[in-house]
Design a protein around this ligand. Structure first.
Ligand code: MN
Ligand code: MN
Length: 399
């Protein structure tokens, strides 16, 4: 009797626990494994398909070289917000940190400065940016979607959202940059004795009666006057900076235009004020940013639109592949070989940023095309016809 009920119980368990769960086969490539869906974080697994099923060429289990801004908490103010991805979140990003910032129309990122330099790309909307250099020379300009700016370390500046506000990504040349620990105008003036302030400007203390009591950081302000008027006002007496701190990449002709996409390179060659180099890359679905590495600096990536996949080669038989989506940061240390593939159905647009004045990459294609073919063939056994067919010119995008 007892045996019977156990058998019955066993059957009923089998029915309630297994029959209703159509177990999914996750790893179709190498294992006929059937683990019920509920034991997986299916949303995350879908975001990282090459972590669940790494290409057979991956090996070594390197830590992730990506961090989604979506995981970073927003610091929310009445007129905008900011959040960061630094080496605190993504330990590999030793040389650069990123901040996503939103300013609604009229919202101002307070006049401030910081030790590290700031490179920025306008993702959406437009902003009025200002700065003053060591000779008191002024910079005032309006940047819109697809444009960028560079504020050298120590140079005081501000950003104000114009129509539609502004949404942009900032890149600092320090992995440990903390956007909340900058030198703000209101904060400083609050920590100077009033009589010193009065003496400094030769006015009475009462001038400073209405100073804000706490740091403004992001706040609502009067909409700026037309650009020409504000620029003339700022430049009075000292004139403009010799080199603009803005670069209108939205109007720039790409350095490379191919069927598969385009590349714009912005560095000290065409943007003399910058000490940060960048490439804005657009890839059509299915195309790749060719196999290459950067000999002169780490690469900080930001995925603006679309979906992509990158494999990084670490040497000694080690490689890791990761999938990227809009709003992700990627980080590829100097000289590690990699590619970026558009794995989505729409264009993939991403930034490559380097905390160095000039952009440099070394292409696998160029390397093989400009090395004696007999020597290369002795390594790869591909045949001379293939080696002779490789483009002699760099082809950064390939279909
Ligand atoms: Mn700043
Ligand atoms: Mn690269």
């Amino acid at each position: 009797m007892r045996l019977k009920s156990l058998i019955v119980l066993g059957i009923s368990l089998a029915i309630t626990d297994y029959a209703p769960c159509a177990a999914k086969v996750y790893d179709q490539a190498s294992m006929n494994d059937t683990i019920p869906d509920k034991y997986f974080n299916n949303r995350e697994e879908k975001l990282f398909p090459t972590s669940f099923n790494p290409p057979l060429t991956d090996n070594g289990g390197q830590p992730p070289f990506k961090y989604p801004f979506a995981l970073s908490p927003r610091n929310i103010y009445a007129n905008g917000w900011a959040r960061q991805v630094s080496a605190r979140e993504l330990s590999i990003s030793k040389k650069m940190s990123g901040v996503q910032m939103r300013l609604i129309m009229g919202g101002v990122r307070e006049l401030h400065w910081h030790v590290d330099s700031e490179w920025a790309y306008m993702i959406y909307g437009e902003a009025r940016v200002t700065a003053v250099d060591e000779l008191g020379r002024a910079f005032v300009d309006d940047v819109k979607q697809g444009d960028l700016w560079f504020f050298p370390g120590g140079v005081p500046h501000s950003i104000q959202g114009l129509r539609n506000g502004a949404f942009f990504v900032l890149v600092f040349d320090n992995g440990m940059f903390n956007p909340l620990q900058t030198f703000g105008l209101s904060d400083w003036l609050n920590h100077i004795p009033r009589d010193v302030l009065a003496k400094n400007f030769g006015v009475s203390k009462s001038v400073f009666n209405n100073l804000p009591r706490k740091s403004l950081y992001i706040f609502g302000a009067e909409f700026p006057k037309p650009l020409a008027i504000e620029r003339a006002e700022a430049e009075r007496g000292t004139g403009p900076m010799p080199h603009s701190l803005a670069f209108f990449a939205s109007k720039m002709k790409p350095n490379v235009t191919l069927c598969g996409g385009e590349v714009k390179i912005i560095d000290k060659n065409n943007f003399p004020a910058t000490n940060t180099a960048a490439a804005i890359v657009r890839l059509k679905p299915g195309t790749i940013r060719e196999l290459h590495w950067h000999p002169n600096d780490d690469e900080w990536q930001y995925y603006i639109e679309g979906e992509g996949r990158t494999s990084v080669f670490y040497g000694n038989g080690q490689a890791r592949t990761l999938d990227f989506q809009t709003g992700d940061v990627g980080y590829i240390p100097k000289s590690l070989g990699h590619y970026v593939e558009n794995t989505g159905n729409v264009d993939l647009v991403f930034l490559e940023v380097f905390a160095t004045p000039y952009y440099e990459d070394i292409s696998l294609g160029s390397w093989l095309a400009h090395t004696p073919t007999t020597l290369v063939n002795s390594h790869l056994h591909t045949g001379l016809n293939f080696l002779k067919s490789i483009d002699k010119d760099k082809t950064p995008i390939r279909e």
